[in-house]
Ligand binder design. Structure first.
Ligand code: PMP
Length: 280
């Protein structure tokens, strides 16, 4: 695999970053994962807008322009012959002698790599996910997409150990989001409920697209926090993320959601999202 690191396209074993990189020492960096379908980036502009926002919030700058980032993304897709999968992009504040305050003269570092993966043909989406609940122990700026991902890694690992597929994090009795996705329930009345935007969750690019599709399809949407009890009593549940689109959740803390099968509205939303992505 060819990866991109600070101006060079290199075989992955030759790509290097400094041990003094602040991404490595402080998780002082931001990232994006865009989806590639049929060799094309999906909703990439929205990912770059969020990237710029993450950078701004951390008073960080990209080493290259957003236009150049697109050029590099497409070159990497081409060099790797990537048809379907993800494109990971990370910007860190760069290498400097270890000190908490921002260095005055560090050059930000940009790294990108591709991950080939079957996304459209997903056994997990056919089957539906089993999810457990875990306390949300993350920091208070989850709207910034930083590489500080230890809390969601612990959440996902807890799920794996429990024999589940994923974890939904909760705070004060309300679900915030999934370990690496936004979380939704559909009430017995057919209302799609997902937490409102704020500092408590990542503003998912897929979330925005899916809510807009739901509105167009005259499905009712309510953006508000929902409780763990509401999940247990929901008719359907699902998650969204760039690389998993809309994926049904069929069990929660070992109990079935609805009839324990992927729900009809969830399946429809997945189909609507994929159609739009392929036609974009
Ligand atoms: N929430 C979290 C915590 C995530 O890590 C992700 C995946 N990046 C999402 C939500 C979904 O965001 P998107 O739809 O932009 O992939």
């Amino acid at each position: 695999r060819t990866v991109y690191v600070n101006g060079s396209y290199l075989p992955e074993e030759d790509a290097k970053v400094s041990v003094f990189d602040r991404g490595f020492l402080f998780a002082d960096g931001v990232y994006e994962v865009s989806t590639v379908l049929e060799g094309r980036l999906i909703d990439n502009q929205a990912h770059l807008v969020r990237l710029q926002r993450s950078l701004d919030e951390l008073q960080m700058t990209s080493p290259v322009s957003m236009d150049d980032i697109v050029t590099i993304q497409n070159e990497l897709i081409k060099q790797n012959g990537l048809k379907e999968g993800g494109l990971y992009l990370q910007i860190t504040r760069g290498a400097a002698d270890r000190d908490f305050a921002f260095p005055k003269d560090a050059t930000p570092s940009l790294v990108m790599f591709t991950q080939e993966k079957n996304l459209l043909n997903s056994p997990a989406a056919e089957r539906g996910l089993s999810v457990i609940s875990v306390p949300d122990i993350r920091w208070q700026r989850r709207d910034i997409k930083t590489v500080g991902l230890l809390a969601p890694a612990l959440a996902k690992q807890a799920a794996v150990v429990a024999g589940a597929d994923d974890a939904w994090m909760y705070e004060d009795g309300f679900v915030t989001e999934g370990s690496s996705n936004n979380a939704y329930i559909i009430s017995k009345e057919g209302k799609i409920i997902t937490r409102h935007l704020g500092n408590e969750i990542l503003h998912g690019i897929t979330r925005r697209a899916v809510l807009s599709l739901a509105n167009e399809a005259d499905m009712e949407v309510e953006e508000r926090p929902f409780t763990l009890d509401e999940v247990r009593n929901a008719a359907e549940a699902f998650v969204t993320s760039a690389t998993t689109f809309v994926t049904p959740v069929v069990s929660f803390d070992g109990e079935k959601i609805g009839d324990g099968k992927p729900g009809a509205l969830t399946k429809r939303l997945r189909q609507l999202y994929i159609e739009q992505a392929l036609n974009s």
